[in-house]
Ligand binder design. Structure first.
Ligand code: B12
Ligand code: SF4
Length: 463
């Protein structure tokens, strides 16, 4: 049984977006509910020395792939100050590669996938061999216990323990036109789709579980009253799902006069919902479009169907609905997908000018650890197990295409410049009466300069 548990979020910020670390805060909340004392260090915003967090006999770290080596360093340092501490890690990377996490990052315990109940059992001192959902090292042997069943009723979980961090330090640029201050909320877990580049299913599998509207609204009420938040970003993989719940949440947000935005697939936004969402304060929806070529979308297993005309119509319809109901749009694209050609990139560019997103992100294809795409790269032998490279060009290797990295990067840069400086884009912004994207671009640009000047020159791409 541990007296105090220290949880560390290894720096995860990008210069465009620093949300509160919901994973760690969610775990902390459940530990507190079970009467444990918890201390949280979020290295993205907290300048306190990490050494102040080494005194506990149970320490947990959350990290993303670009921070594998940094996590390893921190663990080494913890052991040098506190050789008896049990060190556990979790999150998407550790869940995808538990064996690697134990051997190379040198943690004692990996909590795989959903870990809210697992962490309490670890803290209670239950025998490791009896804890579902963990992999662990004992006497230099690695053990993988069976998976833990997912929590059926997410309403049993308390709200994230935001009181353990300084909420005023977070800066959620992602909302662009939203009010400040903002907070993020995860109102459902998982996505039903099977996109080969996405890591969501590593943690949540392909089952979507929803918190009730009442539970979600209770959290938002707390964010409004206790933390003075005026804006909510729903970080759910796909927010506009489950009709009755969506209607209730929208009604509640309207009553609270909340401004909000969310993520969606293009085929999950219905006309009646777009109207309802707009009326309840939704000002932006972020769609992962990825490509304007139906062939590329099929290669990515995006799940939009096989008929090229229908696929394109689904994309157009989602943006038309938002334009009609005065919801601003953000679209994400990827260049460099399997079988990408100059022509398919041109199809994507044509699609951009058709749907006219107010904000746009174009990424160079990134094989995320544990995804089918990553496995395909591994099979071709293009990825090495050298984690320092995951920050740089190796993160952007392509397969089944003759396009080079340099070509793709140039194409991305030119597409951004041409689009944002095009008269068509300017006129659209004038028509909707907002020059905010230009302000946002300026903020992002100055953020990038600050980031480079701060010496953190790692590759930065928010999702
Ligand atoms: C919000 C978010 C971010 C935020 C910050 C994340 C944070 N620290 O909170 C920002 C925008 C900064 C971000 C950045 C990136 N992200 Co991100 N992000 C997300 C997102 C949308 C939601 C995460 C979240 O809040 N979940 C809610 C909480 C409750 O879940 P959770 O964090 O997974 O935690 C649970 C378990 O994983 C586990 N757990 C987690 N940590 C720990 C620690 C311990 C000790 C234990 C026991 C358990 C445990 O327990 C929790 C409760 O069950 C997910 C998508 C998704 N569907 O999950 C992607 C996701 C995690 N991100 C991803 C990626 C690829 C990135 C980037 C690499 C993108 C890029 N190309 O640059 C960067 C990395 C930045 C960096 N330098 O590290 C991938 C996977 C990453 C990976 N392999 O490490 C995901 C899954 C997206 C996807 N669909 O593919 N991200
Ligand atoms: S729709 Fe989005 S969240 Fe769902 S699997 Fe595809 S990329 Fe991931």
């Amino acid at each position: 049984m541990s007296s105090e548990i220290n949880l560390i979020n290894v720096e995860s910020s990008t210069y465009v977006n620093i949300p509160e670390p919901l994973g760690i805060l969610q775990l902390a909340a459940n530990l507190e509910k079970n009467n444990f004392k918890v201390k949280v260090l979020d290295m993205s915003v907290d300048k306190r020395s990490v050494k102040n967090f080494f005194d506990s006999d149970l320490i947990g770290l959350s990290f993303s792939t670009p921070n594998v080596l940094k996590t390893k360093e921190i663990i080494k340092e913890i052991r040098s100050y506190n050789p008896n501490a049990k060190i556990m890690i979790g999150g998407s990377h550790a869940s995808a590669l538990p064996e690697m996490a134990l051997k190379e990052i040198e943690a004692d315990i990996v909590a795989r996938k959903e870990s809210d109940l697992t962490i309490v059992e670890i803290a209670e001192g239950k025998l490791l061999k009896d804890i579902l959902g963990i992999s662990y090292k004992e006497n230099n042997k690695i053990h993988h216990n069976p998976d833990r069943p997912f929590i059926e009723n997410l309403d049993i979980l308390p709200y994230p323990a935001r009181h353990l961090v300084d909420m005023d330090k977070y800066d959620i640029h992602f909302t662009w036109e939203g009010l400040k201050p903002a907070a993020t909320v995860f109102s459902s877990r998982g996505c039903f789709a099977n996109c080969i580049y996405c890591a969501s299913k590593i943690t949540w599998e392909r089952i979507v579980r929803f918190r009730s509207a009442e539970h979600v609204l209770g959290e938002i009420q707390e964010l409004k009253e206790k933390y003075g938040r005026k804006e909510i970003l729903f970080y759910d993989d796909v927010f506009p799902l489950k009709q009755e719940r969506l209607v209730k949440i929208c009604e509640g947000l309207k009553d609270m006069n909340m401004s909000w935005c969310c993520l969606s697939r293009v085929d999950t936004l219905r006309e009646d919902n777009a109207k309802l969402m707009a009326e309840s304060g939704c000002h932006m929806v972020n769609f992962g479009v990825e490509s304007g070529s139906s062939k590329i979308l099929q290669n990515l297993d995006k799940g939009l169907g096989e008929n090229p005309i229908e696929v394109k119509n689904k994309i157009r319809k989602a943006f038309d609905l938002c334009h009609k109901h005065k919801i601003s749009t953000k679209a994400s694209f990827m260049f460099g997908s399997p079988e990408e050609t100059k022509e398919s990139i041109q199809e994507t560019i044509d699609m951009i000018y058709e749907i006219m997103p107010d904000y746009m992100w174009i990424f160079s294809l990134t094989p995320i650890v544990g995804t089918e795409l990553w496995n395909m790269h591994k099979e071709k032998g293009i990825l090495q197990d050298n984690w320092s490279l995951y920050d740089q060009n190796l993160y952007n290797k392509y397969i089944n295409t003759s396009l080079s990295y340099d070509f793709v990067r140039k194409k991305i840069r030119n597409t951004y410049l041409n689009y944002y400086l095009s008269p068509k884009y300017f006129l659209r912004q004038i028509k909707r009466g907002s020059l905010k994207p230009y302000k946002a671009m300026f903020e992002e640009f100055s953020g990038a300069i600050r980031y480079v000047l701060s010496g953190k020159t790692r590759k930065i791409e928010a999702e």
